[in-house]
Write a protein that binds this ligand. Structure first.
Ligand SMILES: Nc1ncnc2c1ncn2[C@@H]1O[C@H](COP(=O)(O)OP(=O)(O)OP(=O)(O)O)[C@@H](O)[C@H]1O
Length: 587
């Protein structure tokens, strides 16, 4: 979407605020014209140029009224402007977030999370600021046109002969300076790269220390900082040059006006008051030209911001697809409930046919996978490290896009698996689940009503841990759950899954964090739950023994499948997995 339609679409999002802002800024922006007219009156009175002299006190009172009206205008308009600005930022960010959350989960953002956060903050900030300037530009244009009209009315010859040519010259100079500025201005200012890098470093302090890479991290930080310093200095220099040039030109213009007033006009045809009005409004109008120059340049950059945000959303026209649905401005988000599944739509079976996925630029992934899961069954995916187990789960759930094949739910082809495979149909625990810096209870519920919480905690074998925690369920777990053990994080994620009462439960290798006994207990308790249809990546005997069906993956393909006994008989790969597992973990 190009700039203008985008800005008008944003304006149409909240027309009341947008136009109230315009109206409230008008008195402040028209005030220079009013002051100019008062100056004319004052000087004409002083020089006896008028037939109807006014008491100077009336002029003083009119000045005071103007100040009062201006103050009220600023007070009201700033409030409206701030509200509009925050609403716009909220609106764009909410839409971005909604888009990102709809992307296949494992590839939600294209770059690093740090870069995404930086764009989420800076590009949105810039877009909202540009929108504010767009709103102001309308007000200032009305004020400019009014000033020209007043000057025309006062002295058409002077306006046509001196003022308008001067304004055209100002405009041309301003235009060339702005063009030069945007041509030589550095494209980025290095901020995104720098904050992206820092965010990654903060997220991987342990890895940096473990690799002894502190020095190279500091070096990279110094290099990026230096780049940013150079770019910012260059940008500042260009802007300062631009801002220094224009006011001086205006002073020269006023001098020219004075000279032409003396030379060009007949004596007596240009009063002292008119001269004061013309000089005053010339200054006002030149400020408009200066402002509009920068505002228009900023507005032109909208296209760039939209393009960058489209990259973040991994769609060429993503921002134009922004759905301007109203923001929920209520303070407390309402508790949600997972909708119940009607009997008719109950899960019966899931079929995956010929699924394939290769990681971009690599030959690794999964190929031609077929699989069937019946309601109430316990299906295990086994295989060595790197055989493709996680990839397969993600492709089935639409977290990675399949390169072919199809997934069918109750014999219905699923076109958008990433949106379909969510509670109450499916819940998924990745190998490393994510907890947020809130209480344990908040982490389990994630906005859900509390119904079924206790039962979920019991099924997740978490009840003893909660009793041992200092504040029980209200214990704050820290960023990514750092205050909990890995096993507790896994089981908190399991409780989060169970409380959503989904029909198909997908687990990606809990064994890395759970001891044998706890894992067995978890599978036992799970069997007692009525919705328990499970798809599980594991190598633990407790799960393999319980499995109705086992798929053995090797190098991204299905090596063999069947029951535990069948595979022990027919599959060399499975036998060696089981045997290795008796001693060493195979993957
Ligand atoms: N983002 C990625 N880019 C490129 N290759 C990848 C990526 N993620 C995984 N792979 C490769 O794809 C293959 C399958 O990986 P996957 O994580 O699915 O294996 P896995 O069986 O789940 O392994 P593990 O037991 O360690 O979890 C591996 O060879 C892995 O190196």
């Amino acid at each position: 979407m190009s700039t203008r339609p985008f800005l008008w679409r944003m304006a149409a999002y909240h027309p009341r605020l947008f136009w109230t802002g315009v109206l409230q800024w008008l008195p402040f922006n028209l005030s220079p014209i009013f002051i100019g007219l008062l100056m004319k009156l004052f000087f004409d009175n002083l020089t006896g140029y008028t037939d109807t002299p006014l008491s100077p006190w009336i002029i003083v009172v009119l000045f005071a009224v103007n100040v009062l009206v201006t103050l009220i205008s600023i007070r009201l308009a700033s409030r409206t402007e701030t509200e509009l600005n925050f609403r716009m930022k909220g609106l764009i960010r909410q839409n971005l977030l909604a888009h990102i959350l709809r992307q296949p989960g494992a590839r939600a953002v294209p770059g690093s999370p740090g870069e995404a956060v930086s764009q989420f903050r800076d590009d949105v900030e810039q877009l909202a600021d540009t929108f504010r300037n767009f709103n102001l530009l309308i007000v200032k244009t009305i004020s400019f046109i009014s000033a020209v009209a007043v000057l025309f009315y006062m002295n058409t010859a002077m306006t046509l002969g001196v003022i308008l040519p001067l304004l055209v010259v100002f405009y041309l100079i301003q235009y060339s300076v702005v063009r030069m500025h945007s041509r030589f201005r550095p494209r980025g200012n290095g901020r995104r790269e720098l904050s992206g890098f820092m965010s990654e470093v903060f997220q991987s302090v342990l890895a940096v220390k473990a690799a002894g890479a502190e020095d190279s991290v500091v070096e990279e930080f110094a290099r990026l900082s230096d780049d940013r310093r150079r770019q910012v200095v260059r940008e500042r220099m260009m802007s300062q040059l631009m801002y220094a040039l224009l006011p001086n030109l205006v002073q020269i213009g006023s001098g020219l006006l004075l000279l032409s007033g003396a030379v060009y006009l007949q004596p007596g045809s240009f009063s002292m008051g008119e001269f004061a009005l013309f000089v005053h409004l010339l200054l006002h109008m030149s400020k408009y030209i200066e402002y509009s120059g920068t505002a228009v340049t900023q507005i032109r950059q909208v296209k760039g911001y939209l393009k960058r945000l489209s990259w973040l959303l991994q769609r060429s026209q993503a921002v134009s697809a922004i759905d301007l649905r109203p923001l929920d401005m209520s303070q407390e988000p309402s508790l949600t409930e997972v909708p119940a599944v009607s009997e008719k739509r109950q899960f019966k079976q899931l079929e995956a046919k010929n699924l394939s996925y290769l990681y971009p630029g690599s030959t690794k992934g999964v190929r031609h996978i077929n699989l069937r899961i019946e309601r109430g069954s316990f299906v295990v995916i086994a295989g060595r490290i790197g055989s493709g187990k996680t990839t397969l789960l993600r492709v089935i759930l639409g977290l990675l896009p399949s390169l072919g094949g199809e997934v069918r739910w109750n014999n219905r082809r699923i076109g958008n698996p990433d949106e379909f495979f969510v509670p109450p149909r499916t819940a998924y625990i990745p190998q490393v689940p994510n907890l947020y810096n809130g209480t344990l209870k908040e982490n389990i519920l994630l906005g859900l009503a509390e119904e079924g919480l206790e039962e979920a905690i019991y099924s997740a074998v978490l009840e003893d841990d909660i009793t041992a925690l200092p504040d029980g369920l209200d214990t704050v777990v820290g960023v990514k759950g750092v205050k909990l053990s890995n096993g507790q994080i896994q089981r908190a994620a399991a409780a989060r899954m169970f409380v959503r009462r989904s029909e198909l439960l997908v687990f990606d290798d809990m064994s890395s964090a759970l001891d044998v006994e706890t894992e067995s207990k978890l599978w036992e308790r799970l069997t007692g739950r009525k919705e328990a249809t499970c798809l599980v990546v594991t190598h633990r005997m407790a799960a393999l023994r319980r499995a109705d069906h086992i798929l053995v993956l090797k190098d991204g393909g299905i090596e063999s499948q069947g029951s535990f006994e069948e595979l022990m008989e027919s599959s060399e790969e499975f036998r060696s997995l089981v045997n290795e597992n008796a001693g060493v973990r195979p993957g």
